[in-house]
Design a protein around this ligand. Structure first.
Ligand SMILES: Nc1ncnc2c1ncn2[C@@H]1O[C@H](COP(=O)(O)OP(=O)(O)O)[C@@H](O)[C@H]1O
Ligand SMILES: O=P(O)(O)OC[C@H]1O[C@](O)(COP(=O)(O)O)[C@@H](O)[C@@H]1O
Ligand SMILES: [Mg+2]
Length: 331
């Protein structure tokens, strides 16, 4: 093997740059050429490539986002789009790929191996932590710290004004970010898609607290909740608004909504994300050199592990309900 490509795809995540840096420098260390592919699968289809060297990845370990840019690319979901990508890779002499991204990107990566015959290793990069086969994905730790920072600040004003804040966190259909930050941030109620909840119960709990003299509350809501009350709300609005209105109507408390949104995706990666990304980047190159393909690297405890991408994608990542319960008991 002489030349490999690297790309970032789907939602960006802090630590992706540290992973790119590691892939590039470890590949160069092993005498490989590295091609950077811009804008994920869109760049494969457009042939948006450039040769990378050591200095291409200088001064990026501390930066959020991705220097390779990222995209969501519908055309790559079609066989025609993927054939264009194959043609460009052949022209450029790219013999193998490292794909850094989430579940969607790994679905695409699987097709690169199976359909296009190009070896590919996946590195889990998404703030959602919604991938099986790894305890945590690159970017999630930074995002959790960003959420905690926001909760701390909101708590200051919530206590001063004796208000209830409904804070909406990201995570698509996964409540990991919400459960962890609810526990660490001392949230008074938690709503995640994986768990049944009763809005009446939540309101009753807030009323009880009110009777005991507690007039401020932090309610954490994952963006993915709401299948069950869809009929009662405007589908264009975030679930936090509906829940906030309901709490205000039922408890009489003054409520405010804050949707943390894309600020959860940015920022300088934490130590944990930088180390994880650096280790996974190096492992990806080593596994390609060892002849592996169609696998995703993960971490279990202190050890890096790897699993077939098909297994990762067919397994649902379970939320640790013990942490959810603990968050509820402690609130
Ligand atoms: N079924 C699929 N076949 C081929 N490519 C896919 C498929 N699903 C997703 N992808 C590619 O992966 C990209 C990123 O997926 P997306 O779900 O948006 O983000 P993430 O990888 O962060 O979960 C998509 O825009 C598309 O190019
Ligand atoms: O960036 P967009 O396209 O607005 O998408 C928002 C979605 O991306 C995420 O931030 C990250 O998800 P992915 O890593 O799967 O792309 C989700 O939490 C959120 O639902
Ligand atoms: Mg995803």
């Amino acid at each position: 093997m002489n030349k490999i490509g690297v790309l970032t795809s789907g939602g960006d995540a802090p630590g992706m740059n540290a992973a790119i840096r590691s892939v590039v420098r470890v590949a160069l260390h092993h005498g490989l050429n590295v091609v950077g592919i811009r804008r994920g699968y869109a760049g494969l289809i457009d042939g948006d490539f450039y040769q990378m060297n050591r200095s291409s990845v200088s001064d990026i370990i501390q930066r959020g986002g991705t220097i390779l840019l990222s995209a969501r690319c519908e055309e790559f979901k079609t066989p025609e789009g993927r054939q264009k990508a194959l043609h460009n890779m052949q022209q450029e002499g790219i013999e193998a790929l490292v794909v850094i991204g989430g579940d969607g990107s790994l679905t695409g990566a699987q097709k690169i191996d199976k359909e296009l015959g190009i070896p590919v290793i996946g590195i889990p990069g998404t703030i959602d932590n919604d991938l099986a086969g790894t305890e945590i994905t690159i970017g999630c730790d930074t995002a959790m710290n960003t959420v905690i920072d926001a909760i701390n600040k909101i708590r200051d004003t919530a206590t001063s004004h004796e208000r209830t804040f409904v804070i909406e966190t990201m995570g698509r259909r996964c409540g990991f970010l919400t459960v962890m930050t609810a526990l660490a941030g001392g949230a008074d109620a938690i709503l995640i898609p994986e768990m049944n909840y009763d809005l009446d119960d939540i309101c009753n709990k807030l009323i009880k607290r009110q009777e005991m003299g507690r007039l401020h509350n932090i309610v954490l809501v994952a963006e993915g909740v709401g299948e069950d009350f869809k009929t009662n709300r405007n589908l264009d609005e975030s679930p936090a608004f509906f829940i906030s209105r309901l709490i205000s109507d039922k408890t009489g408390q003054e409520t405010r909504v804050i949707i943390l949104g894309h600020l959860q995706r940015g920022g300088s990666p934490t130590v944990r994300d930088r180390v994880l990304a650096s280790r996974m980047g190096a492992k990806a190159v080593e596994l390609l050199l060892a002849g592996e393909s169609n696998i995703m690297i993960g971490i279990e405890g202190r050890e890096l592990v790897y699993h077939k991408i098909s297994e990762v994608l067919s397994t649902k990542k379970e939320i640790d309900m013990g942490l959810y319960e603990l968050g509820t008991i402690l609130s």
